[in-house]
Design a protein around this ligand. Sequence first.
Ligand code: HAM
Length: 435
Amino acid sequence: MAQIIQGTEDLYGADMRAWQRMTDIARELFGSYGFDPIETPAIEQVDTFVHGIGESTDVVRKEMFRVFSGALLPEVMERGSEAHLKPRQRMALRPEGTAGVVRSAVENNFVPQGGAPAKLWYAEAMFRGERPQKGRLRQFHQVGLEWLGAPDPAADAECIIVLMEYFKRLGFDPSQLRLVINSMGDASCRPAYRDSVRQFILDHADEMCEDCLERAELNPLRAFDCKNAHCREVMEAAPKIDGALCDDCRAHYAQVKRYLDEAGIAYEEDPTLVRGLDYYTRTVFEVEVTGAKVGAIGGGGRYDGLMELEGGKPTPGIGFAVGFERIHLALKELGIDLAGEAPGCVYVACMPSERSAAFSATLALRQAGVRTEADYQGRSLKAQFKQANRLGARLCVVLGTDEVAAGVATVRDMVSHDQVQVPLTELASFVAERV
Ligand code: HAM
């Protein structure tokens, strides 16, 4: 029997309704902040991710699903390398949405020099080759937004405000959420800070794990997030970014915090919050649910250098993404239902001899916008009533021989069992008014 891949999920029924609700709420809320929807391809050139997310990140080094067309795969396997391939032949499934949106913004010139910012949101599947566990999948879904061309700290604050409002509309109470923020500095202050952390790790080499020693060279700031508790303990004494920010970064961060205070958004500062993607500059943030162990449900930050890394003109950017599966898990743990009830319907039941009258009635009801079901298996009237109940029908339209001969239908309320006869010519408007 064919089997689903571990770390992937089929979305149907209540899960699908929950995902649709998440995207509906995003469309409405993000639309009110001026964001337009975008969909970029699920496969991009590897370079789009390598340039943007960073060669030294776990996402790029270990988690990207590489894609080779069937024609190229034997050649790559035989040579044991893809070095001979052209950049456009080296592809990967997107591990996140930002790099692709920024690639698209560069290619389509969404932010012309001197033009207005581009404000885009997306709801898409992402792919990371991580070890599957609760809240960690290989194919998962993100709702995210990207705001390109806005350097002002108000954009950082508004991004966080819209994120927290989104969580509220999904059903979280703000008291159940923990928002953590930090500034990661920029190209003028981070390199020196990075070196000081690298030096700290090397000075404590005998106390750190192999991974952290590798990080010292590749990505020293990730040592703050090491899975090894002892490394994290050692890193408590490492230099922190808040003491290393340049004046501009410090002023930007202070203004972001003033705006958040004004908007009444509660946050905690964590100078070790570094995030797993290399493109961030200045403000970064992450949100956790205090009462549910599902990991971060959302995160984001500013990425003022990313447009250039993707081949565009210098253009600031900021955005966030939230993970659908983790939000769904957290809401379930908190006893909050995101999916809502399955939609009800009207069922058209008929004597087998009245099939064509049922066809016409079904057609008219659907044209009136009523979700309508009928029998397509030639079942008895009794079996059709059972099916109507199983489908959660609120009304059942019954077409027996006598009714059809008299030009009427019996409309039965499936809860109260009251029934009335309605002329077939008025059936659609009668039913539409009652559902
Ligand atoms: P991220 O923090 O890597 O950021 O992912 C955002 C959210 O996606 C996470 O908080 C988590 O809820 C969810 N997520 C990540 N990996 C998995 C996984 N393997 N399984 C289930 N859920 C997962 C980004 O992706 C950035 N692009 C966000 C951003 C947008 N920054 C600026 N603009």
